[in-house]
Design a protein around this ligand. Sequence first.
Ligand SMILES: [Zn+2]
Length: 414
Amino acid sequence: MTDSRTLYATLLGITEPWGVELVEMKQAAGEVHVTVALPTSTRWVCPECHAAAPIHDHQERTWRHLDTCQFKTFVHARVPRLDCPTHGIRQLRVAWADPGSRFTALFEALAIDWLKQASVSAVAKQMRLSWDEADGIMARAVQRGLARRKLEPPRYAGVDETSFQKRHEYVTVASDLERTRVLYVGDDRGQEALDAFWLSWTPEQRAQIEAVAMDMWDPYVRSTLAHLPDAASKIVFDKFHVAQHLGKAVDEVRRREHRVRMAEGDPILKGTKYDWLRSKKGRSWTEARAFTLLREIVTTVARAWSLREAAMELWELHSQGAADRNFAAWYHWARCSRLEPMRRVAQMIKRHWANIRTFFEHRITNAAAESINEKIQTVKRRARGFRSRERFRNAIYFHCGGLDLYPATLRAGS
Ligand SMILES: [Zn+2]
């Protein structure tokens, strides 16, 4: 028994003065129960001020620890509560778990590592936890991470909306484009959602933010104008969002044309949706040839596609002046295209051009925010949607917040 006690003291990372008192195997239940204790000769001190303090009472505590082979392993201890003359009644801190946790720090750390890779349900199943327990480990990790993080205002911020579960429920995600991490998750996608992000900084900090990439979305624009000094020159409606709007317009042209052709018994556009949403680059030789032929036949959609391609080339120009001139020509072309969706999107771009051309001053895009968004989508798919905004928010911070998630006990020990 001495050997198993030493073994468990090592496995648990238990150090003096704590020692393993008893190791019990419950074969039928598939469990190991380890009882740890302090020697009676311990000199008790308050965990806050380290002044000598008498024992007030004991609390029976149990922590789930890493499995021993397949055996669920539990640590038990009677943890003294001390009566400090200054701080009152304080529970003694144990070296293997964070205060209040029902898991050892090593167990939590392993759960956190798994949660980074798999859904809450998968981790719960794998680690033989209830769904709520696994979810709780994740929520506490985020709380710890948020409490620890030292925020500096980003030089470049990105703002985007993302939906969860039901199509029309949104959160607003603000991120640091240089460090590629989420700074803030707000409810819905209204002005208030973003106001709260701006107000989380002092006016001096806000002044340090040089530019913000976002979509042409009025509530975000209004919020930014209201809170960011010189916002009019700092808002950048970014390339990815403009591309998205153009892509939607091209797709609308394709769908209309497809309907007309199908009515005449011509299925040539069937299954071509994604051909029209891709640029010239990255196609194989055969694909490129087929697409060129398709464009020669379906000239309406080909015109829409060319307009999108030409618009995207604006971002490759070297100066604001050149962009202005090219945009004017492009706009004229789009207006004369006789393609209603393209005319509409061109008008939208023109209306917002003043804050699209700011790109040439700041040279930022939401590419980093897009990569965060892709990660969020992966997490969402893996979780098969989120039941609440709160859980969705936690998941975003957990996976994309760049937070220090691990229990404090581990950090102190390592
Ligand atoms: Zn004290």
